[in-house]
Write a protein that binds this ligand. Structure first.
Ligand code: FE2
Length: 283
C-alpha cells in the first residue's frame, strides 16, 4: 500500500497496524512490555467492518475546522532527539484550493508555546518557526492547493518521565490554544522505556479508522509510532472526485492528481490523539 500518503506538513507519525488486524482487542487484558515477553496475539478481523473501507466525506463532523482566525488546529506532540526535548506542531489559517489561491504569509502569526508543570504557571516559553506547503499542478484546469500556516516549536530542557501542560499559538493576537498535556519519555535504559506503545500504519481516514483510533485511546499509550501512510489524498482528482481504484477510474489524467485537503482532514481527525500523546512518525 505504499503511496504518497504522508502528511509531510505535520511532523507526525504513526502508525499502525496492518489495517486493524493485529491489535490485541481486550482492553482489560492488554499487558505492557515490562510484563513480557509474550507470544503475539492475533485478533480475527471484526466482520462488522466494511470490507471496502469508505473514506469519511468532507462533510463529516470529525474533519471540520472548528477554530476561527489564527486559533491553532491540528495540534500534535512529536518526539525529538532525546528525552528532554519535544516538538509541538499546529496549523493556523485555512487551506485554499482552486484556480486563484493566494498563499498565506507565515510571518503573519507567531509560533509560541507556553508550558510548565501542572498546577503551576506556564512560565516557560519557546519560539519556533512556520512555513507554507503548496501543491501546484502544471496543467490548466487542475486545482492548486496551499496550506494553512504550519508551525513547529521545539521545547528543550524538559525533565524525563514528567507531565507538563502547554498551550500554543500567538499570544500577541490572543490566539492561543486550550491547555493540553504531554508526558516526556523516560531516560532510555535497559529497564527504562515507554511501556505502552501503539504502533499503527495505513491508518487512513475511513469509517473503519475510528475503531483503531478508539482502541489506541482506550489503551492509554505512552507513545504512538506512526509507521507510515497516514491517509490517502492520491485517490482523488483535484476536484475532489474520488475512487477506490485511481488508475481504473481516471485512466486518462495527464498527471496523478490528489485532493490535498485530505491531509488537513486527517490532522483534524487525529488531533485528539496526538495533542496529548507523544508520537513519532515516518512519512
Ligand atoms: Fe499504504
Amino acid at each position: 500500500m505504499g503511496s504518497v500518503s504522508v502528511h509531510s506538513m505535520i511532523v507526525v507519525v504513526f502508525v499502525v497496524v496492518v489495517s486493524l488486524l493485529l491489535v490485541v482487542d481486550d482492553v482489560e487484558g492488554v499487558q505492557t512490555t515490562l510484563e513480557g515477553p509474550f507470544k503475539p496475539v492475533t485478533v480475527p478481523l471484526d466482520n462488522t467492518f466494511r470490507g471496502n473501507a469508505l473514506d469519511l466525506p468532507d462533510t463529516h463532523p470529525l474533519v471540520q475546522r472548528t477554530v476561527e482566525g489564527f486559533q491553532p488546529e491540528q495540534i500534535s506532540v512529536s518526539l525529538s532527539s532525546s528525552h528532554d526535548s519535544l516538538w509541538i506542531s499546529w496549523i493556523t489559517g485555512e487551506f485554499q484550493i482552486g484556480d486563484n489561491i493566494k498563499p498565506l504569509d507565515p510571518k503573519s502569526v507567531g509560533s509560541i508555546v507556553e508550558y510548565g508543570r501542572p498546577g503551576k504557571s506556564m512560565s516557560y516559553r519557546s519560539k519556533g518557526y512556520s512555513l507554507i506547503y503548496s501543491q501546484l499542478y502544471p496543467y490548466e484546469g487542475l486545482q492548486n492547493y496551499t496550506s494553512g500556516i504550519i508551525h513547529h516549536v521545539r521545547l528543550t530542557g524538559l525533565k524525563p518521565n514528567t507531565l507538563y501542560q502547554y498551550r500554543c499559538g500567538d499570544p500577541s493576537l490572543s490566539a492561543m490554544s486550550e491547555v493540553h498535556y504531554f508526558r516526556t519519555m523516560p531516560v532510555s535504559g535497559p529497564k527504562s522505556y515507554p511501556s505502552r506503545i501503539a504502533v499503527v500504519g495505513d491508518l487512513g481516514l475511513t469509517y473503519n479508522s475510528t475503531s483503531t483510533v478508539d482502541h489506541m485511546i482506550r489503551n492509554n499509550p505512552d507513545l504512538i509510532v506512526l509507521v507510515g501512510d497516514a491517509c490517502y489524498a492520491n485517490m482523488y482528482l483535484t476536484n475532489n472526485t474520488g475512487s477506490n481504484c485511481y488508475s481504473c477510474t481516471f485512466s486518462n489524467t495527464p498527471i496523478r492528481e490528489t485532493y490535498q485537503p485530505r491531509w488537513d482532514y486527517w490532522g483534524r481527525y487525529v488531533h485528539h490523539l496526538l495533542q496529548n500523546i507523544s508520537s513519532v512518525s515516518r512519512n
